[in-house]
Design a protein around this ligand. Structure first.
Ligand code: SF4
Length: 227
């Protein structure tokens, strides 16, 4: 099997440059809320609309009228109400907690505890926030990344999602250099790949750039060949 760094290079060549999430914690939170259960294109269109208003700070977002915000959030597709609730809750945390951003950018343990104050982010989302807006070395692994990593043989598959996520995190921790920019790049492409090509049902193995080294992909594109 080729090295994990080679896999990421292959994904980067296939997808081309991907936009990085905002480096400021509030912008990142909005990006996460808008990017859940939708495509990157829809998320980016909604982010661009907020940037144009402009409404990418807690105070400016709070001032946007409900109808206008609904129209922006609606660009992401379904879950409009859930996204609006999550944005409201996030705005509250960023506005009410003094020194919240300093806590997020503080020592790792303190940053982790602060990130857990943000609602609707989840474990992997909180780790993503700390990786992309700070220097956390922890690799965030969500269900999609765990699925792709096991299909690729990075970690063995197993039914318990919590244990699977832990095993994949450990495997990626060894496979990806600790340097934050290398980890951000690996997570960005692996996450994008899991969301757009290596999807849960019927992955698009026929067009996947990793199919040659992927046992699951080989089974899917050549079902008559036993491996
Ligand atoms: S070949 Fe298929 S299963 Fe393997 S990584 Fe690509 S999309 Fe996923």
């Amino acid at each position: 099997m080729e090295s994990f760094a080679d896999l990421i290079d292959r994904l980067a060549e296939f997808y081309g440059p991907l936009p990085l999430p905002p480096a400021d914690p509030f912008g990142f939170y909005v990006w996460e809320v808008l990017g859940t259960h939708t495509t990157a294109g829809r998320r980016d269109a909604a982010m661009a609309a907020l940037r144009r208003i402009p409404a990418l700070t807690p105070d400016s977002l709070r001032k946007v009228g409900r109808g206008r915000l609904e129209a922006v959030v609606g660009q992401c597709g379904p879950f409009v109400d859930e996204r609006l609730v999550a944005l409201d809750a996030g705005v509250d945390v960023f506005r009410r907690q003094r020194h919240f951003i300093e806590r997020l950018r503080g020592p790792l343990r303190q940053a982790w505890l602060a990130s857990r104050d943000l609602p609707h982010l989840g474990h992997a989302g909180a780790l993503r926030l700390l990786l992309f807006t700070g220097d956390s070395p922890n690799v965030p692994v969500d269900a999609g990344m765990a699925r792709t990593a096991t299909r690729l043989g990075v970690a063995p598959s197993q039914p318990n999602l919590r244990r699977l996520t832990r095993d994949v995190r450990r495997a990626l921790d060894k496979a990806v250099p600790r340097e934050p920019s290398a980890r951000r790049r690996a997570v960005l492409y692996l996450h994008h790949h899991a969301e757009h090509t290596c999807v849960e049902a019927s992955p698009h193995c026929g067009v996947c750039p990793l199919v040659e080294g992927c046992a699951e992909g080989q089974r899917n594109v050549r079902p008559d060949v036993s491996l």
